[in-house]
Design a protein. Structure first.
Length: 263
């Protein structure tokens, strides 16, 4: 039984065949899926889906690349209302992204400042609602951890699609946070990511697809979907010298303790 802790079921890439995608996931042994939102509209779309899918929960949040979709202060009230839905299990996907160019109307400095404000507001909301957070990082590690780690005594975060070293992961794990691996660990050039997956303590990590992105071997280059989290689990099992059942057990246990609302 596998738990896909990060799958973008609200992506337009799934609009034409989502029922079949979900059926393939269930057939592959994926018993639970967390679908993170990217903005308020996407959160509403996912909640409408989750109301009819017992194995789907939603993380409600504003992705850093969509931070320009909100301004002022009223948006956090709308997010608060969405996050109180019984199918919401976390705040996410939130974080910082310095890889993509700023949207029109923002200088680079203004864009970084705005992302930081949106992230901080959502961290404060997570504390208020007693929810954990799904964190996005892209070329923003130092700034992201500087903003997130002061909240460590009030919430836990999962650093999703982790691509760092064990040295980067250890301070996070010691504070109770988690890291999560995608299909990247199965790539021949995984390098340091594979080494981190090999060394991370069993209680310190989860698995995900980040579908429709980052399909693992043997599906690399195709649209990713939640069924493929089983392939990521098999790759990690090989790296760790464990059975795939052990990886599934450990990562499901960690996810059940992290996300709200699961049995």
């Amino acid at each position: 039984m596998f738990f896909d802790t990060h799958t973008h079921l609200g992506s337009r890439q799934f609009d034409n065949d989502l029922p079949a995608v979900l059926e393939r996931a269930r057939a592959a042994g994926i018993t639970r899926m967390v679908a993170p939102a990217t903005d308020l509209e996407n959160a509403r779309k996912l909640l409408a889906l989750a109301e009819h899918e017992p194995d789907v929960r939603v993380a409600a949040g504003i992705h850093p690349c969509d931070a320009n979709s909100v301004s002022g202060v009223s948006w956090i009230d709308e997010l608060r209302d969405l996050a109180r839905h019984p199918k919401v299990c976390a705040i996410g996907e939130i974080g910082l992204d310095y890889f993509h160019a700023p949207p029109e109307g923002f200088t680079l400095d203004d864009w970084k400042t705005h992302q930081a404000k949106v992230l901080t507001a959502q961290l404060e909301l997570a504390v208020e609602l007693k929810l954990n957070v799904i964190l996005h990082n892209r070329e923003s590690w130092d700034d992201l951890t500087a903003l997130v780690l002061p909240f460590s005594d009030r919430l836990r975060g999962v650093f999703h699609c982790f691509t760092g070293t064990m040295e980067q992961a250890l301070p996070l794990l010691k504070l109770g946070h988690l890291i999560s691996f995608t299909g990247i660990v199965s790539f021949k050039n995984a390098g340091v990511i594979a080494e981190t997956a090999r060394l991370v303590p069993a209680e310190g990590y989860m698995i995900e697809t980040d579908a429709p992105y980052l399909a693992p071997v043997p599906h690399r280059g195709k649209r990713c979907e939640p069924a493929y989290v089983a392939d990521t689990a098999r790759a990690i099992a090989t790296l760790r010298g464990e059975t795939v059942e052990q990886v599934a057990t450990d990562t499901t246990r960690n996810a059940l303790a992290f996300f709200r609302g699961w049995d």
